[in-house]
Design a binder for this molecule. Structure first.
Ligand SMILES: [Zn+2]
Length: 148
């Protein structure tokens, strides 16, 4: 995660954090490159420090079908496969099928039992009413609820 020092106009970048997250970084005497998730960023040297250009120099992005699914907001697989031919630089490195837990959870519905819990067998056996209350102070008879 880049960090801007309060008195600096530059952003500091942690090589250790990037490599810990799977990035590959190569340094030469005057420049470098950072490869992360199919994207390459240039690193240039200014004095004794190296600086990371925040824009990618790569015109391609390579991800698995599952990664593209997440990047594109859980788009369906067939549309992602169609996009590869339409979008310049979009590479799907692994087209194997997968199950997305987020999509499965998002499509779950709650089913309700439609049979009534209790059935009336004679008049006034079951009464449904709407009550208002509790009312404070209670009425003259001490009742706190009334029928609506
Ligand atoms: Zn999904």
């Amino acid at each position: 995660m880049p960090y801007t020092y309060p008195h600096s106009c530059r952003t500091f970048f942690s090589v250790r954090a990037a490599t810990h997250d799977g990035a590959d970084i190569k340094f030469s005497k005057s420049e470098g490159e950072l490869h992360c998730r199919g994207t390459t960023f240039n690193i240039h040297r200014d004095g004794q420090l190296y600086y990371l250009n925040s824009t990618s120099n790569s015109k391609t992005a390579s991800h698995t079908l599952q990664e593209w699914h997440v990047i594109l907001g859980h788009c369906n697989k067939a549309d992602i496969l169609k996009l590869q031919d339409k979008v310049d630089g979009m590479i799907i490195s692994d087209k194997s099928d997968f199950d997305c837990e987020v999509c499965v959870l998002g499509k779950m519905t709650e089913t309700r039992r439609r049979e009534p819990d209790q059935t009336a067998r004679k008049p006034l056996d079951v009464v449904h009413v709407e009550l208002a209350g509790p009312v404070d102070p209670p009425n003259i008879n001490g009742m706190k609820y009334s029928f609506v």
